[in-house]
Write a protein that binds this ligand. Structure first.
Ligand code: GLN
Length: 543
């Protein structure tokens, strides 16, 4: 019988439900159990693909081309899973399915209602994920905060699952903020008590409560939380601030949470093994070297916009025994005040992330030019790749005004342009080139030395491509396209052999990067930053 864990959050959003859910999964995996995860996002969008990263954080792309919530990235990183579109459930998706059924006549004669039709669809989709996997435990995280109007049908759905799946197969975990007051330094459990009451009001009694607090909760707070939450004290845990999020499973496991859940589900005493994870966390916490990398972006004000990229840079750092300090630089600032370019001198590497639309692109192009001319290690991802081609076309191939038609539709040199198959596309949702596609790597290139294979699969999310009409001149001037799509119509990686490390990819390596197993392009970039800093004259991945 599959077991279900439901994670809800209270008091405010961003209390770390995603990290908590991932951490529960890690503790169970460490005991030999198979897990999978469902993220519920109660917004009405069908998927995250059409949402502005500046408001909602990055869009995480799965192998099958799902444009999902960034929490799926945390699940994949912590649990080394490859999730699918179905692992992210939204209000839009559920209603679309129910309304389609209604139009087909499936409910003929009946009034279609939130209970039971919407809640049935929700339960059906959670169970479908369980059936489609070998999981012993399915974790379901309900996004938002208990009490949100949008979340109600989902909470009602998971409430019903206890009745249908049985007490012994379901477990409710509630996490809420326990603040410490600035002035008196007192720990306050009252907001958490209110959120537990809110949960009970709709019929869910939590089995476990996790206090999200800056520091470990004191005995008094634990007693209060247990008393008002109607749970034993050993079902109260605390997720306090730690130097790296990857440490959260360790601190919760030390408090006995993994054993508690296994006991509750009747899993025989499973032996746990968190040694490998502990090793990774140790290196992350106490690395030998320090590096400074500039991330020049358009959504630099919100770290969550680039979360997978930042994590991949950190994974690359840990694998090189280095802590990577990332500075977010607003690309527009470089445009408005070219003197700001001076600040780039302080960095060991320059990183240009994904992006859309014209804002900030000239600033990013200037930063790429700076990296190329000053031989600073450079990594560009997706838009970063396209802008590197533009920079090279303008300044090395002397194609003045070269641009992407996304930025300037009437550019004299459309170096980056739409492929014919993207031209007629008007609908915005799920119409980009998405998900994992095969890439063929040229032998004797930096790409080959990084990846070690002739064939790789990496995830994509873009509409525009290098315009094949310009390939000859770009190649002639020294730009090497070392990776291409299987039909060779799409350029996938570029490198400049004349530079120490100048590499970019149309795909997004960060989505497959894991702690302890960094993505090769990120690993290579960090290794190059470190090599340059330590005075090496030739990069490890050069010829
Ligand atoms: N805007 C570019 C495109 O659509 C790049 C997208 C990206 O960086 N993910 O092709």
């Amino acid at each position: 019988m599959v077991k279900y864990v439901f994670v809800t959050g209270g008091v405010l959003s961003s209390v770390g439900k995603g990290i908590l859910t991932s951490s529960i999964g890690k503790m169970l995996q460490a005991r030999g159990l198979e897990v999978t995860v469902v993220k519920i996002d109660p917004y009405v969008n069908v998927d995250a693909g059409t949402m502005n990263p500046y408001m909602h954080g990055e869009v995480y792309v799965t192998d099958d081309g799902g444009e999902t919530d960034l929490d799926l990235g945390w699940y994949e990183r912590f649990l080394d899973l490859n999730l699918k579109k179905e692992n992210n459930l939204t209000t839009g998706m559920v209603y679309q399915a129910v309304i389609d059924k209604e139009r087909r006549g499936d409910f003929l004669g009946r009034c279609v209602q939130i209970v039971p039709h919407i809640t049935n669809e929700i339960k059906h989709r959670i169970r479908a994920v369980a059936k489609g996997s070998d999981a012993d435990v399915v974790l379901t995280e309900v996004g938002g905060t208990v009490g949100d109007i949008e979340g109600q049908p989902f909470l009602e759905g998971i409430r019903q699952m206890r009745l249908e799946e049985g007490l012994e197969n379901t477990l409710y975990v509630h996490v809420a903020l326990v603040p410490i007051l600035d002035v008196t330094k007192e720990m306050k459990t009252k907001p958490l008590q209110h959120s537990v009451n809110e949960l009970r009001r709709i019929g869910i009694q939590p089995d476990i409560i996790v206090a999200r607090s800056p520091e470990m909760i004191d005995a008094d707070s634990r007693t209060k939380i247990a008393l008002f939450g109607t749970i034993p004290e050993n079902a109260v845990f605390c997720s306090y601030n730690v130097e790296t999020v990857y440490k959260v499973p360790l601190i919760l496991d030390d408090q006995g949470m993994g054993d508690f859940i296994c006991k509750r589900f009747g899993f025989a005493e499973c032996k746990k093994d968190l040694a490998d994870w502990r090793k990774i966390v140790d290196v992350m916490s106490h690395p030998k070297y320090e590096l400074k990398v500039a991330l020049v972006g358009k959504y630099a004000g919100l770290a969550d916009s680039y979360v997978s990229m930042c994590e991949a840079l950190r994974h690359g750092g840990a694998a090189n025994n280095a802590r990577v300090w990332l500075d977010f630089i607003e690309a527009e600032k470089l445009e408005q005040n070219p003197k700001e370019m001076e600040c780039l001198k302080e960095f060991d590497g320059i990183f240009i992330p994904y992006g859309f639309g014209p804002r900030g692109t000239e600033g990013k192009i200037s930063a790429i030019e700076f990296a190329r001319r000053n031989n600073v290690p450079f990594l560009g991802i997706c838009y970063g790749f396209q802008l590197a081609v533009i920079e090279f076309a303008r300044h090395v191939c002397a194609l003045e005004g070269a641009n992407s038609t996304e930025i300037n539709p009437s550019t004299p040199h459309p170096i980056i342009d739409l492929m014919p198959e993207q031209r007629g596309v008007e609908i915005k949702g799920a119409t980009m080139r998405l998900g994992a596609h095969k890439i063929i790597i040229e032998p004797k290139t930096m790409a080959y030395r990084l990846y070690g294979h002739r064939e790789i699969y990496e995830r994509h999310r873009h509409r525009f491509e290098v315009n094949l009409d310009f390939l000859d001149i770009l190649k002639q001037k020294g730009l090497v396209f070392s990776g291409k799509s299987a039909d060779a119509r799409r350029m996938e990686t570029l490198e400049l052999p004349s530079n120490f490390f100048f590499f970019a990819s149309q795909f997004h390596g960060e989505f497959k990067s894991r702690p302890g197993r960094p993505d090769p392009e990120y690993f290579g970039f960090i290794k190059a930053c470190l090599g340059k800093k330590l005075g090496k004259s030739v990069c490890d991945f050069a010829d």
